[in-house]
Design a protein. Structure first.
Length: 459
């Protein structure tokens, strides 16, 4: 196997002990959690790949920032540091702080969707889709067809299908579409990147029809790194220059800063238009707190201001993506299917292909996630029909285009040895894949069910 792993551009200064339970103990724990990995206690997990959101390791500079964070209720120095850092990266004049990405969606999307029926995205992630529906609209995905073939290679599988976008707007009526959303990277399609060309083409289509264009910027730095590697006209550009190109002309953005800004808590809303920003500020005061703290402590704001800059460091991003490439190479060697090429924050194992005997309504991606925990104490999550949920109008189970078990790698947390444990566990599971059974739901809430639903094995 070719060695492609990029070494860590840092040294470890603090460690946290981990515990490995026995197989019998893991069987008991997952049963007690009603076969929902979100209900497992973190202390019972060896390698936690549930999410890359808020799970990264902060740097010594960020921890130093924690000590100088200004806890003033209004007008804190940390707020101004964050404004300067965010404006430098995104080039939008108005930045609002909130406590995380879904808070940004809760504040912004009802403004954009007031009196509207639809939001169109390259793909909505779970909380985005939920907030569209909570605002009384419906979420429509419009990713390129290349994304649907997980075995094929395409530089930008996360792109919007612009031809279909034009058709959808005409079919639905531009007056009924509140926002066109570009998620970078495209999480639901397997962490796949979006090109600058596609972002601009999508923006121009939205604006031609008088529709607001929004970016979900949770993993925009990773997306920019892929652009530098794959989009010829940007190969000599810095990550910051690429981000400026991505956000040129965008009306607004949301960001879960718990990803690319490498902090444990934080989110952002960016606006180009002052009137929209004023509406955002008023909703922030109602839901998050005063505008200069936005539901955050001063120390966390200071860490965020510094983390935004660390997250666009090219040496860090080379190592970060290199971890995904190393794990993917191990899976290639074992002929374990995943969304190719590998994404920026996770490896998305194709459970539909690995477990073809389990139908979508028995949740193959969830079955594989449970099997990973049983095999090696690894916690992953379903990005498939279990996450997609039920049709909000008919109540029937929706069939996802993908049945992914997502292995989301926390930033600056796990070593190459941990990646080898993950690969070895999947190889062992593949050998007994035909004996793995699906699951059925015993109890579920109406929205975002995958967080709290209870399941049981299908005999």
């Amino acid at each position: 196997m070719k060695q492609i792993y990029y070494p860590e551009p840092f040294r470890i200064k603090s460690v946290e002990p981990l515990k490995i339970l026995s197989r019998k103990e893991r069987e008991e724990k997952i049963a007690a959690a009603n076969y929902n990995v979100f209900s497992l206690a973190a202390r019972d997990v060896y390698i936690d790949l549930l999410t890359d959101s808020g799970t990264g390791a902060m740097s010594s500079d960020q921890w130093a920032g924690v000590m100088v964070g200004d806890e003033s209720y209004a007008g804190a120095e940390s707020y101004y540091a964050l404004q300067k850092s965010a404006q430098d990266i995104f080039s939008l004049p108005y930045i609002q702080l909130v406590h995380q990405g879904r808070a940004a969606e809760k504040v912004l999307l009802p403004i954009l969707l007031e009196g509207k029926k639809y939001a169109i995205a390259n793909m909505h992630f779970d909380t985005t889709r939920a907030h569209v529906e909570l605002a009384g609209a419906r979420a429509i995905d419009c990713v390129v067809k290349e994304a649907l073939d997980t075995a094929s290679y395409c530089d930008f599988k996360g792109n919007m299908d612009c031809e279909r976008l034009e058709s959808l707007i005409k079919e639905l009526g531009a007056e009924n579409v509140g926002v066109v959303i570009m998620t970078i990277t495209n999480n639901s399609a397997g962490g796949q990147p979006v090109s600058v060309e596609n972002i601009r083409q999508t923006r121009d289509i939205a604006h031609k029809h008088g529709i607001k264009f929004m970016i979900d910027a949770a993993r925009c730095a990773e997306n920019a790194y892929f652009i530098k590697q794959r989009e010829e006209s940007y190969k000599n550009s810095s990550i910051k220059e690429i981000l400026h190109a991505c956000f040129e002309g965008v009306d607004c953005f949301t960001m879960s800063a718990k990803k690319d800004a490498i902090v444990n808590m934080g989110g952002l809303i960016g606006c180009r238009d002052k009137a929209l920003f004023e509406a955002v500020k008023q909703r922030t005061i109602s839901f998050e707190g005063f505008v200069t703290y936005g539901g955050m402590s001063g120390r966390d704001i200071e860490a965020l201001a510094r983390g935004l800059q660390e997250g666009i460091d090219e040496n860090y991003l080379r190592y970060r993506i290199g971890q995904m490439e190393y794990l993917a190479a191990r899976l290639d060697e074992a002929e374990i299917p995943y969304q190719r090429p590998v994404g920026g924050h996770a490896v998305f194992v194709d459970a539909k292909k690995l477990l073809p005997h389990i139908p979508y309504y028995r949740f193959p991606a969830q079955a594989l996630a449970i099997e990973l925990y049983l095999e090696a104490g690894i916690r992953a999550c379903d990005i498939g029909s279990f996450l997609l949920g039920n049709d909000p109008d008919t109540g029937k189970q929706l069939e996802s285009d993908f049945e992914f078990t997502r292995l989301a790698i926390p930033r600056r947390v796990y070593t190459q040895s941990h990646l080898d444990v993950i690969a070895d566990a999947l190889i062992n599971i593949k050998e007994r894949a035909g004996a793995i059974k699906g699951y059925e739901i015993v109890e579920e809430p109406p929205i975002l069910r995958h967080f709290t639903a209870k399941l049981r094995p299908v005999e």
